[in-house]
Design a protein around this ligand. Sequence first.
Ligand code: GLU
Length: 400
Amino acid sequence: MPLLAQRLARVQPSPTIAVTQKAAELKAAGRDVIGLGAGEPDFDTPDHVKDAAKAAMDAGQTRYTAADGTPALKKAIQAKFRRENGLEYEPPQIIVSCGGKHVIYNAMMATVQAGDEVIIPAPYWVSYPDMVNLAEGAPVIVPCPPEKDFRLQPDALARAITPKTKWLILNGPGNPTGAAYARDDLRALADVLLKHPHVHVLSDDIYEHLLYDGGAFHTLAEVEPKLYPRTLTMNGASKAYAMTGWRIGYAGGPKEIVRAMAAIQSHSTTNPCSISQAAAIAALDGPQDFLKDWVKSFQERRDFVVEKLNACAGLSCRTPRGAFYVYPSCEGCIGKTTPDGRKIADDTAFVEYLLEAEGVAVVQGAAFGLSPYFRVSYATSMTALEEACARIARACAALA
Ligand code: GLU
């Protein structure tokens, strides 16, 4: 009898986490590595959030909480959805989990079974297809054209829907391309969805606050209220408040789904960390003005990185409107040879070369479902980005 369950054959360890860990290991071993793999803000968690965590510990908030989140945090989330998204969710429609990833995992486990299809626009965040696979569903990958800034097109969505479609997962601003959906884009997708009442929508809004060039954020349930009863609107503290390690994600949606997700969670993590939940209240209820400065700084970094990458031999990079990633094509490097005589066969070989030759860690496009590309996270200091771009330029110039 094999030791491992058959479901393991359908998943691979997260490539984004793998690159992040590899960069950390190389650094620990003394190598000069610049990590542009991890999608996490380099800013520190704001002080008022940390203070709330310390106060919670001192007040003895160190025990189990309700499995689906404390009433106080649910209240803050309810207010956030109302204030920022114009959405009304009652506490029984809200769940708090250990990060946005955990919210999506619970949702897939609670609803997807063998034969169910989940539409995932590509390039996609690495974990979506594998979570669907773990739940024994079938990911249906829908390519999004680069010339449309990698946004899901309504006709492509319409073609992908079948009687077996359970979910559409929509992520905007998106990982890994930074694709952002304007109100009109969402309107057009909503028109397709209205014709297919059996399709649910998981709106992954984790990059909500990271929009550039004056872009405004919209989410599907707000743009088309008729979709509200079948939309799970997901968000979290990680990206907006630089709280990746605290692991707080949340969602508002249909009671039946949320209750099922909470049941699963009660058997896995019990609850999200009590102290992190107290901190998340401070993040959501507290001042939001620092976000303006963060967004300005991300936009400057984006502009710098796009310009520098476009100047590299063999690379071409679009200017994304949101998140903190760029997704350059490395097509012009494929088929070339490294100074030590190895062929760059694909984007995986290209990112390996960048790491080995120049100590720059990025993630291959193959992991996100579109090659030959790679993802650069620019959520790091300008100094590191300057050095990284210089190294990438040198590596590209050295290919023959
Ligand atoms: N969402 C981030 C990324 O894509 C965090 C790592 C992960 O969970 O994949 O880098």
